[in-house]
Design a protein. Structure first.
Length: 317
């Protein structure tokens, strides 16, 4: 990105928004959000003894590398519900997380297209390890002229649930004083996954992939709040950056956005320092409004390699 365009995007952001909250998860120090003694869930409004708070509730999912940002205001019931939501985000990012070596709850996850197939991709001590079995769909293509390896996979997910995972992260770090504007957003989050009541016209997400070895070495999450209600932009923006990935979106169903219900509001891009380096991201503008399953969607990631070895699989059969 040229410096002139970067400055223009940064000016638009700063003219319309204030940075409300940001967390850089770059230490092992535990960060607890909320009151550890007087526990009340911000997602269902219940408190002890009506609900329990025994589970460790991660404000940002462990699957993206969060071990330290912990929510004191998420009850066990809501935590169980949000774990189901996180599954869709995990499915959406599964191949990416394996290849980018994102350290989740149980280490770097292996990628396997389905339980019916034996072929899989994992990170071994010697590097990227792909096991390909004869009757399974091919997981990779090698181009020796360019020293590139294209890994192929499939994923199944509901787009609106993937978006809910992002919004749950956003509301987990939202200052308590702002939560009064997101009552309907919480109702939407708490819907039964199989019986959605809210139908969104669009849920735009900017998804960027930055090449190279872990350009974002630790997760960063941020909330930006609109400065002026006269501005035709969403009230709250959310940013998630980790490993090679950046998600940007706005928080839907906000009380402060109701006046724009019948008008088009534009979501400003949140530039970051890597945008003015020689690293060129792949940016996708997505719409996650659909509440229908997308099954076995094809996805591919191309990697550069220094060396590669072909070892036959020795079967014990």
């Amino acid at each position: 990105m040229e410096q002139e365009l970067f400055n223009k995007l940064l000016d638009r952001l700063s003219n319309n928004y204030s940075l409300k909250t940001i967390f850089h998860l770059n230490t092992d120090d535990r960060i607890e959000l909320g009151d550890k003694i007087n526990r009340k869930c911000r997602f269902c409004g219940k408190q002890k003894p009506e609900v329990k708070f025994k589970q460790k509730a991660h404000a940002i999912p462990e699957l993206i590398g969060n071990k330290t940002l912990i929510s004191m205001y998420e009850c066990d019931n809501c935590n169980a519900h949000f774990c189901k939501i996180e599954t869709h985000f995990a499915n959406y990012m599964s191949l990416f997380h394996t290849l980018a070596q994102v350290w989740g709850k149980r280490g770097i996850p292996a990628y396997k297209p389905s339980s019916l197939e034996k072929s899989h991709i994992k990170i071994a001590d010697t590097g990227l390890h792909i096991e390909q079995y004869e009757n399974d769909p091919k997981l990779f293509e090698i181009d020796k002229n360019t020293n590139t390896l294209k890994c192929r996979g499939v994923r199944s997910y509901i787009p609106a649930i993937v978006h809910k995972c992002l919004i749950k992260m956003a509301l987990s770090i939202m200052p308590g004083s702002e939560m009064i504007f997101f009552v309907k957003t919480i109702e939407w989050l708490n819907e039964n996954i199989g019986q959605p009541r809210y139908k969104m016209n669009n849920l735009p997400v900017s998804f960027s992939i930055y090449p190279g070895p872990r350009p974002f070495p630790f997760p960063t999450v941020a909330i930006f709040i609109r400065k002026n209600d006269l501005k035709n932009v969403p009230y709250a923006l959310f940013l998630l950056a980790y490993s090679n990935f950046v998600f940007q979106t706005f928080i839907p169903l906000c009380e402060r956005d109701l006046k724009y219900k019948k008008t088009n509001i534009s979501m400003p891009y949140i530039p970051n320092p890597l945008d003015v380096t020689n690293i060129t991201p792949q940016i996708s503008h997505l719409d996650f409004a659909s509440t229908e399953w997308i099954k076995k969607e094809k996805v591919a990631v191309t990697l550069k390699y220094d060396s590669i070895a072909d070892n036959p699989i020795i079967s014990a059969d």
